[in-house]
Design a binder for this molecule. Sequence first.
Ligand code: FAD
Length: 462
Amino acid sequence: MKIDRELFRKFEKIVGEKYISDTEVARVCHAYDATKQRAMPDVVIRPYSAQEVSQILQLANERCIPVYPMGAASGMTGGAVPVHGGISLNMNRMNRIIEIDEANMISIVEPGVIVADFQNDVEKLGLFYPPDPASNEFSTMGGSVAECSGGLRGVKYGVTKDYVIALEVVLPTGEIISTGSKTLKSVTGYDLTKLFIGSEGTLGIFTKIVVKLIPLPEKIETMLALFKSIKNATDTVSSIIASKIIPRALEFIDEECIKAVGLYKDSSIVEGTKALLLIEVDGSPETVRRDALRIMNIFEDNKAFGVRKAETEEEVDDLWSVRRSISPALYAISKGKVSQDICVPRSNLTRMLNKISEIGKKYRVKIVNFGHAGDGNIHINILIDPSLPDEMWRAEAAVGDIFKETVNLGGTLSGEHGIGNTKSKYLSIEVKPRELKLMKDIKTLLDPNGILNPGKIFYNTA
Ligand SMILES: Cc1cc2nc3c(=O)[nH]c(=O)nc-3n(C[C@H](O)[C@H](O)[C@H](O)COP(=O)(O)OP(=O)(O)OC[C@H]3O[C@@H](n4cnc5c(N)ncnc54)[C@H](O)[C@@H]3O)c2cc1C
């Protein structure tokens, strides 16, 4: 169904003339996300309140117009891309931090709040909101809840779903509901909050998010170590965990990634390095000192070299600069990349990395890996030239094999980026028919006309 002038005016009446547009510029700016796919919406609407969202959805539902919620469009699986046109619903005007309740250590925010802005505000009060996607300087709280974002600190502090305790949600039919409770415990009925977290904008639109906070750790220590074999690096990860230390970050970078960073910036990393670990521990000063010392000993036991421990803020920045440079470095050395974020039980990390290497050889594609080794979440990047159809085909085939091996090793297709439309055709590798049907039934129950983010999660559905 097209959005004709009469319908456009009805939407305009809800949000006001300034906050609706069908100009080429507005539509192009809402046509993509970090996957670089492109699909134009017919119109862009920027609501300011749950009531406005509700009226927009009621009208869209009556007329069967697709609605695509959008935060900062940093998603890695096409979640916000309006693949069937319709409305791009930009949530960025709803960007108020409504309350930071220090006594109860909870906060209420609107979905358009930028994650890092929120983190900075609570940290000024000695409080901590741990979920930290590497995109936190620009991604939104709404997008983060929709994708159940993880990040570097997941290994110790968990992911977004471990902090969201209640939601205000506008359903596709326009009803406004509240899930959960502001209390830290609640077992009153089904846990609807958890159902909506990670639903990728397909079940409802979040208009208020209630999160719990924890005390800000007193001290952080940052360390980096290089290894001559992947096994030495993954053994180090296992030994650290086995010695009951849970670092706040435990990042793994493979040889090809290190080489790419070396070409991109002066990283002073020694030739012949096969793997790098970047580790942070936090807590009280005594705990941090003790854990850092133990980790240094584990490095030695596993033949680490080039070990560095940051003594100043500048040195912390310097150690992290290698990790932060990976994405731009990979774009600099290849014309394109296919990225996946599988997660395996961390005891299967070495086996999975070996499988990925075999698959790369089988399909003659260059695969580089980095990731959150502490929780088994590997970011796989297949470097390609998108103008070569044969290379695209081989990359796709490699992805299929990687997903099958992931599931064989007890893993999951996505640790933190979601399914969107880029992974939907692989969903059935992991989710069995009965569970898939249940998921589709839930979607139909909440969104009978299929207007909210159609074309996502489930393959070949409008
Ligand atoms: C350089 C880079 C680094 C990244 N690092 C990480 C990382 O470390 N960890 C990680 O988990 N992810 C990471 N990501 C992925 C991405 O940033 C996260 O998924 C992020 O949470 C998306 O937020 P966004 O505001 O950009 O959402 P968008 O991309 O705009 O949308 C994502 C999904 O959320 C839905 N949505 C948005 N707002 C709402 C709302 N109010 N209600 C309901 N649905 C909504 C959209 O429809 C879409 O399906 C990274 C991305 C980039 C580009």
